[in-house]
Design a protein around this ligand. Structure first.
Ligand code: APR
Ligand code: ZN
Length: 234
């Protein structure tokens, strides 16, 4: 049984300087999601999509974990295999913070793969300055290892098993508007978990949340995690 299962979204990286998607000034205001985050958009203009992801990849190299990421790493250290983290984020900051018990369900900005032979590449091993990157094995186009709209996220089977076996399911920094992630809180609740949310605004799936803490993850999580650790030490 997992004591704490946590799902994070773009909001936990906001205090590291990364734009969210749906807040005022969010990414989807500037880039229509169907153009840069869909297989159809990539097929129509692979260069435009690659430029968008190269920009986000380069930014991800510059940003650092904030107290919210660090607090979740601390909770992992304290709870061990009674803790697991799922993120919708592709920025890699949870890995930079040292989180190991981590599932990146929407992929990773630092990886790409061939659309034909599916050979995997790291972004820092390919030429990002030229035209659209090409597979050295078969000559087809490479695409970012990002789960786009209309595609199936990674690790759904593992996630489903954890949602059915957790005492507390906590969502942090997510609008609760994109499925299947937005539906995780319903599954957890159906299987008896207590549900918690830490978010700047009320998430769309608030009706399934037992405890809601409104505010910034970087400000709330550190003391929230210390209390969990204090309580679990008895
Ligand atoms: N602390 C906590 N919450 C915050 C903070 C913060 N510092 N800043 C913003 N938020 C909240 C916002 O109020 C918003 O509800 O984070 C949420 C971010 O919501 P979205 O921008 O919709 O991001 P997310 O929920 O991660 O989107 C889910 O949609 O576009 C796709 O694949 C993409 O993974 C993404 C998915
Ligand atoms: Zn190939």
């Amino acid at each position: 049984m997992i004591k704490y299962l946590v799902l994070t979204g773009a909001g936990i990286s906001a205090e590291s300087g990364i734009r969210t998607f749906r807040d005022t000034g969010g990414l989807w205001e500037e880039y229509p999601v169907e153009l840069v985050a869909s297989p159809e958009g990539f097929a129509a203009d692979p260069k435009f999509v690659w430029d968008f992801y190269i920009k986000r990849f380069k930014q991800s190299l510059e940003v650092e974990p904030n107290p919210g990421h660090i607090a979740l790493k601390r909770l992992e250290d304290a709870l061990g295999d009674k803790f697991h983290l799922i993120t919708q984020n592709v920025d890699g900051i949870h890995r930079k913070a040292g989180s190991k018990r981590l599932l990146e369900m929407h992929g990773r900005l630092d990886q790409c793969y061939c659309i034909s032979c599916h050979r995997q590449y790291n972004m820092n091993e390919i030429d990002l300055a030229g035209d659209v990157p090409i597979c050295t094995a078969c000559g087809s186009l490479l695409r970012p290892n990002i789960v786009w709209f209309g595609e199936v996220p990674y690790y759904l089977y593992e996630i489903e098993e954890m949602l059915k076996n957790c005492e507390v399911f906590m969502i942090v920094g997510t609008s609760g508007s994109v499925y299947p992630a937005a539906g995780f809180v319903m599954t957890a609740k159906l299987f008896g978990a207590r549900t918690v949310a830490i978010n700047l605004e009320k998430p769309d799936n608030l009706s399934f949340i037992d405890e809601f803490y409104q505010g910034r993850a970087g400000e709330i999580l550190p003391s929230f995690v210390e209390k969990i650790i204090g309580d679990s030490n008895g």
